[in-house]
Structure formats: C-alpha cells, structure tokens
Design a protein around this ligand. Sequence first.
Ligand SMILES: [Zn+2]
Length: 352
Amino acid sequence: MTINVDPPAPRTAMRIPLFLAAGLLSIAALVGRAAAQDAERIKVVATVPTYAALARELGGSAVDVIVLTRPGQDLHGVAATPSVMARVRDAALVLHTGLDAENWLEPMLRGSGNGQLMGDPLRFIALSDGVPLKEVPSQVSRRFGDVHAFGNTHIWTDPFIVRGMAKRVRDALVAALPHQADAIDARYTALHDRLTHALVRWLTDYAELRGRKVVTYHQSWVYFLDRFGLERVGTIEPKPRVTPTASHLEQLMETMQTRGATVVLREPYQHPDATDFVSQRTGATVLELSTHPGFPEGNGVDGVVEHFEFNLAAIATALGLPVSTPPEDTAPESAAPGDGEPLRQAEGTGSR
Ligand SMILES: [Zn+2]
C-alpha cells in the first residue's frame, strides 16, 4: 500500500514513516467514528421527570436529558429564568404535556432562541395528544382555577398512559436518531414488556385498593386513582392552585369522616400546614409522595416502573393492605418500602 502525503514533502523535510502514517490514519478513522457517534447524541428536554425517565430508558447513551422540574416540584409554576433558557437553547427534542400544563414553556423556548422548534411536530412532542382527558370542563374557562382549563393534565400518574407515552418517545427518538433505531426499539420493547407485566401484577395484587377512599392536595392523582379504583373524596385545594380556606377544610374533614377516607396524598412542594391540620383533626395518615420518578431521592425509584412500584406499596401500606412483591430478576434494590420500613409522612418537615 502506498500512502501519499500531499503535497510532496521537500527533500529536507522529515518524511513520515509508513507505519506511523498508517497508525495516524487509524487514529483519524477512530476519531471520525467517535465524531459520527457524537453527532448522533442529542439533547432532549423534558418538562417533568416522568418524560425524562422515558427518554433516558429508551435513548440510553445517545441522549443527554435535561429535565426542567424536580420530582417534588409544581409543574404549573416554573420560572423561565435566563439560566433555564440557556439549557434549552440547543435542545433537539422537547417532551412536554401540552394544553395548559406548562404555560411557561412557550415563552421559555422563544426566549432561548430555540422557538422555531415548536413548529416541528417531530421535535416538539405534546404527550397529551391522543390521551382522553378527565375532568374536562363544559367550557374552557379559568373559573375552575388557573390551570386545567381544558381538563386534568396530570396524565403521567397512570402507568397505562405512560406506556403509550413510551411509544411516542420511541418514535421521536427514532426520527431524531435513525441510525440507532434498532437499539432504541429494543429498549422500548423491554420497557413496554416490563411495564405490561408490572401493570397486570399491580392490578391483581392491589385489587383491594378498589373502593378505598383518599384525599389529595391538588387534583394531580385522578388518572392514578381511577386506574386502581381508588376514590378521591375531596381535595385540600378548593380549586386547582387555590389556597384552602378554613371553611373548605371543615367541610372536607366532615366528608372524610362520613366517607371513611383515612389517607391524604401530599406532594413535596405542597405546604404541610393544611394536611397536618387535617391529619391532627381526623387521624388521617398524610403520605408525602411525588407523581414522578426520582422521589424519595436515593431509593432506586428513578425508572417509571420502580416509581409506580414505590407509590403503590406506600399507599397500600398506609391503608393496611399487603404489598405486592416484584419478581426478583426485575426488582431493583429498595424499589419498594419493606414491611418494617417507615413511610415518609408529612410531619411539618416537608420542603416546599
Ligand atoms: Zn394541575
């Protein structure tokens, strides 16, 4: 093999020995391949940890995932600060709920200079598209609170809906990373199967949840409660994102006692005063849970399956019901609280 290093070197110049030139070419080829793979690594922005978990689980090392809210944060109240705008500037894909769940997202993307992405349905993925909404008002109005004007947008609380979202995230990732379609599809099939098996087991093992009564703080659990047959007898907020009054809480406590609701679900960002007050007066257990993976931190609940596993186990335990055990080969350590493990309860120590 002859290797020409053009232009011809002057006689006085040091010539590159053949073996060294071949080595340099191999290195160049390797660097070229790495660059090609880097080019196939994209930044995915997710508004909530559930969408981020799906992007990570399906995209593997081909995605850098930026999540705009923490598991314990209020999705409706995010500030579009310059530092957040900088993080979304070079996003290749944005996974969001749509409708009025993230009213801050559009100004954030426009402010970042990446506003043109919103015109591309292959890059700006509204995961509520095609999902039948619950609590749809008879007319679009802010009369029922300052969010949920089109219906309840907390669709990620139902593992069945999340399984459908996984398919949409797969499609978006495959469109963005066509050379990695096989790997993405294999990860999707694995997640789909794991979630399906878990769903069947949860619906069987947690059948006794059906008809049990709970109170939630915001109207954020309705898809979860309906999936597992739990009944919400009321909410701490009289309307979405409206602070409760004393008379509202009095009425709620009366309903709880009449209907036999013994558990109150509070998310980490929700102020513990109202739930503590209700708990002290009624004896109800307050469970601090997130509707997203990653909470409680460090409990191995970063994946969507592990997240639902944890929440179901926590709620069953609070209701005095047995906890379902995941099969050993798919159960990450500490995915669910054990029998003797105390559940996190709101005792005035929760962060906002
Ligand atoms: Zn809401």
